[in-house]
Write a protein of this length. Structure first.
Length: 256
């Protein structure tokens, strides 16, 4: 047995190395596969869609906010991996009564790299995790430096944008953008057209997820923001973990 402390300061005791893992955070699930845990991952959420071919053979146990306890029990996991924002405290409280539960917390690029390294320690893939962090770090160093005021919108009706203490905001600030909505309350503040106008944005990025923004939404907003460059951006490229290797070249050409 191994005793560790997770990112929330919780003590976790589990059989090491874990042989039956249930991962309930899509970005972390993809990362675990990248670390070579194809045989160990036995459960995932329906939103854990990468890597496509490999996750297809893994049992789904529900979503990120609600899972089927009976299905999870049938899988007999020796470790469940969760993330503070993606999953709820109620889920953690329920599942830890039955299984070891380790919770990550990712709100910045540095914390994303920490997640990868700690995951390697957690599942006995230390060298693989160090190599992934090295590749991510090298890729991110190629990102161009930008200037201007930018916002990232991820929901419509009501409009919601990313605020402070979020991984996405840290991505924007890392390349030099200023996000005026970090001054708003909450990590994903609700805004209206007037607030968007007052923000004097140079760029407004409309994400393809969780709301599927499309060209018609650019036109909808451009009427009110004639001096703002509005662009559709692939929301999956703002996943942390293994996806960060793909994100850097994508954003490099996107923000050139």
């Amino acid at each position: 047995m191994k005793h560790v402390v997770d990112h929330l300061g919780r003590n976790v005791t589990y059989a090491f190395p874990p042989k039956r893992i249930v991962s309930l955070c899509p970005a972390i699930t993809e990362t675990l596969f990248h670390l070579g845990l194809q045989q160990e991952i036995v459960g995932r959420t329906k939103y854990c869609i990468f890597p496509e071919q490999q996750v297809a053979d893994v049992q789904t146990v529900g979503g990120t906010k609600q899972v089927d306890l009976t299905t999870i029990q049938s899988l007999q996991p020796d470790l469940i991996i969760m993330e503070k924002e993606e999953n709820t405290k109620e889920m953690v409280d329920m599942l830890e009564k039955h299984f070891p539960v380790y919770v990550f917390q990712v709100e910045s690029i540095s914390e994303a790299q920490r997640m990868v390294e700690d995951a390697g320690q957690l599942v006995n893939r230390v060298e693989e995790s160090k190599e992934l962090v090295r590749q991510i770090d090298a890729a991110f160093k190629t990102l161009p430096q930008k200037a201007g005021r930018a916002a990232y919108m991820m929901w419509r009706k009501p409009y919601m944008v990313v605020g402070a203490t979020t991984y996405i905001n840290d991505m924007l600030e890392t390349v030099g953008f200023e996000n005026p909505f970090t001054a708003y309350e909450g990590r994903y503040p609700v805004v209206d057209i007037e607030a968007l106008k007052n923000a004097q944005l140079d760029y407004l990025f409309l994400s393809t997820e969780p709301f599927p923004f499309a060209q018609k939404h650019i036109e909808e907003l451009a009427v009110h923001l004639p001096n703002t460059t509005i662009q559709i951006i692939d929301g999956e490229m703002f996943w942390y973990g293994a996806k960060m290797k793909e994100a850097a070249p994508y954003l490099k050409q996107f923000w050139q």
